[in-house]
Design a protein around this ligand. Structure first.
Ligand code: PMP
Length: 450
């Protein structure tokens, strides 16, 4: 099969600049043009092969162009591609039934499908408002919940809140960013004060009547901020006191990514009222999911529609992804291979002072890069340099974090320890390169400019 693009690499880059909104940014000084992908690899327009340990921003959960998933998708495309939600179809309800069977505690049984994580969160907040009759929502600092006006207002990162005036009704509580504790404390002697602060925050900064609390079990774009095990249980108790529903945004943490469980929130022993997801559920096909306790779903009265939501093709893909994860025990692989990956990242930390923190769960791991471990100043240049070096070593990793200094590692869930070894070689070589350059720059400082 011929995979060559019809446009040259330069034509693609030029056309991106000319015809796309400039807010569609690319990694790297020179954008990397990807031509094709298979399993854990992608190939660029020059035919170079890369090991993909970012999976299209935590989306390729079962490998690029997964044969089992794609076979079912192609079959469905030849049979029924679209009817909209005003007609019943089997793929949509088959997916909803499959999802209902695996949600935390088996209690979230009614689904609403859309096309993205943003829409999934919009739907969750709308349902929470309809159910409680209250309006206010508490979210977390460092969070990311999407790009609509409402989802940007829910997000706790200034860089992702565009458009000037945020929507009313959102207040941001302390996140458990232990590496940069907002209270200057250290876990566990801190007694998780950041979680307990939520009560005073609600009493002083809201009406005291909550529609919902929304949080990512591990903050994705925030840089894989992973709260201590008690955090959500404490927060859950406080939110319930004020009548709020607990929305778990599992856009990044769902579908076994965190290892051993279907959903990230299950590691915290908390029962959410609504769960949202997208990304890894479709393995690249656009899908958004809001799944709720039935009485909450039933409270969203009146007509609402998502033309493409749960369309037969994406619903088929999503169900095939869940089945694949289950059939191949990928939740277990994420825990085991994730632990193996983590041990290597910890080892790299012991070698490179540039790495200030290693955190995450399962196959969702991050390293935070700092100028030095005392000041913890975000190492922005080194992060950019590491991204470029990884590219040279034919490795794709993600960049993120509130301060732009976190490397995010989220390979497909069906990788092996051999792939991790390959990853470690490439990342090590990239880190050595960056460290060497930093050392030689420090040894021969440029004369101060006037
Ligand atoms: N929630 C989280 C936790 C996310 O990471 C994202 C996307 N990065 C979203 C919501 C929004 O999803 P989408 O880009 O599909 O709208």
């Amino acid at each position: 099969m011929c995979y060559k693009n019809r446009m040259t690499k330069q034509e693609i880059i030029l056309a991106s600049q000319r015809y796309l909104f400039p807010s569609v940014f690319h990694y790297f000084k020179e954008p990397l043009v990807i031509e094709r992908a298979k399993d854990q690899f992608v190939w660029d327009a020059d035919g170079n092969q890369y090991l993909d340990f970012f999976g299209g921003i935590v989306t390729i959960s079962v490998g690029h162009c997964n044969d089992t998933v794609n076979r079912k998708v192609v079959e469905q495309m030849g049979k029924l591609q679209h009817v909209s939600t005003v007609f019943a179809n089997e793929p949509q309800v088959a997916l909803a039934e499959r999802v209902a069977g695996i949600t935390p505690g088996g209690k979230l049984t009614k689904s609403f499908f859309t096309n993205s994580g943003t829409e999934a969160n919009e739907t969750a907040i709308l349902a929470a408002r309809c159910y409680t009759g209250a309006h206010e929502v508490v979210a977390l600092r460092h969070s990311y919940h999407g790009r609509s006006a409402l989802a940007m207002s829910a997000s706790g990162q200034a860089a992702w809140r565009l458009g000037g005036v945020p929507a009313a009704g959102f207040t941001h509580a302390l996140s458990a960013y232990c590496y940069r504790c907002p209270l200057g404390a250290t876990y566990p002697s801190c007694n998780v004060r950041c979680a307990r602060d939520m009560e005073e925050m609600i009493r002083t900064s809201t009406s005291g009547r909550l529609a919902a609390f929304i949080a990512e079990p591990i903050q994705g774009i925030g840089g894989f901020i992973t709260p201590p095990k008690e955090y959500f249980e404490i927060v859950h108790g406080i939110v319930k006191k004020f009548g709020g529903l607990f929305i778990s945004d599992e856009v990044q943490t769902g579908w076994g990514r965190t290892g051993g469980k279907w959903f990230g929130i299950e590691h915290y022993g908390v029962q959410p009222d609504i769960l949202t997801s997208a990304k890894g559920l479709g393995n690249g096909t656009p899908v958004g999911l809001t799944v709720a306790r039935p009485e909450i779903a039933d409270a969203l009265k009146g007509a609402t529609i998502s033309t493409f939501g749960g369309n037969p093709v994406t619903a088929t893909a999503a169900k095939a992804v869940i089945d694949f994860i289950d059939d191949h025990q990928l939740m277990i692989n994420a825990a085991e291979t994730g632990a193996y990956l983590r041990s290597h990242l910890d080892e790299l930390k012991s070698k490179h002072p540039l790495i200030g923190d290693v955190r995450g769960m399962g196959l969702m791991q991050a390293i935070e890069l700092v100028e030095d471990r005392d000041s913890k100043t975000p190492a922005l240049e080194a992060t950019a340099a590491l991204m470029e070096a990884a590219r040279e070593n034919r490795l794709l990793i993600g960049k993120g974090g509130t301060y732009g200094n976190v490397i995010r590692v989220t390979p497909p869930l069906n990788i092996s320890k051999h792939d991790v070894d390959d990853f470690v070689l490439r990342l090590s070589a990239s880190l050595e390169q960056v460290s060497r350059n930093r050392q030689s720059a420090a040894a021969s400082p440029l004369p101060a400019s006037r």
